[in-house]
Design a protein around this ligand. Structure first.
Ligand code: DC
Length: 219
């Protein structure tokens, strides 16, 4: 079974998906982490885009689930924490615009989904990566709510962030993610819209769990 949650940065997709996974036995698949991982590789190798493109198929990127956490590695090294760095966050939308990078990430995502019950979060999962997903959600929230959430998320990881900078970065990424030619951020026609600005975290988790149950009962 494949459940997808798409939406802009900071709308609550990944924390919701993570909790749903913990409660349903699904495998949580963080598609943004794959784009971040390739961005980290680009920066690690000197931010030389030509060289990066030449090496693209040679990078070994692996996602795995460990003690309830999604972890990602690059060439055998765990980079789960490094990919949350503000430098990666600032650069990721530009790397995610590259069609060949998107094709590589999609391949990796579909591989994982082939053998697991998966709940995945991203931007184009319902429209491009998993158009036949069993359930699709599109999660939105206003900019201020999203900024505060990002700050909290960073704090939980022992990192800090300037609110103005985070707000600008969210707006910037919204613009690039929605405006790019290759599979932009878009709500799939058959996706259920959830505005999390006014919802309690538990409510959005329960809503998705209820829909999953509904589908399972129908089978
Ligand atoms: O969810 P996130 O903030 O970790 O995502 C990082 C970036 O990756 C985001 O700015 C856009 C890109 N992305 C994408 O283009 N398509 C996806 N399915 C997931 C993420």
């Amino acid at each position: 079974m494949i459940v997808v949650i798409d939406g802009p940065s900071g709308s609550g997709k990944s924390s919701t998906a993570r909790e749903v996974a913990a409660r349903s036995g699904f495998y949580f698949l963080d598609s943004g982490a794959f784009y971040r991982c390739f961005t980290f590789a680009h920066q690690r190798d000197g931010s030389d885009t030509d060289r990066f493109m030449e090496k693209l198929s040679g990078y070994r990127v692996g996602g795995r689930f460990e003690n309830g956490e999604f972890r990602i590695s690059l060439d055998g090294e765990d980079v789960t924490r490094e990919i949350r760095d503000s430098r990666v966050t600032s650069g990721v939308s530009r790397i995610a615009e590259i069609t060949a990078v998107r094709a590589r990430v999609n391949e990796l995502l579909r591989e994982v989904a082939m053998s697991n019950d998966v709940i995945a979060d991203g931007r184009d999962l319902g429209t491009a990566v998993f158009p036949d997903a069993d359930l699709k959600f599109f999660m939105v929230a206003d900019l201020e709510t999203r900024t505060q959430r990002r700050i909290k998320q960073l704090e939980e990881m022992g990192l800090s962030g300037d609110p103005g900078e985070i707000r600008n970065n969210l707006e910037y990424r919204d613009r690039i993610d929605s405006g790019r030619e290759a599979d932009p951020l878009r709500q799939a026609e058959d996706a259920i819209l959830i505005d999390t600005s006014e919802l309690e975290f538990e409510q959005q988790v329960d809503l998705i769990l209820a829909k999953i149950k509904e589908i399972k009962n129908r089978r």
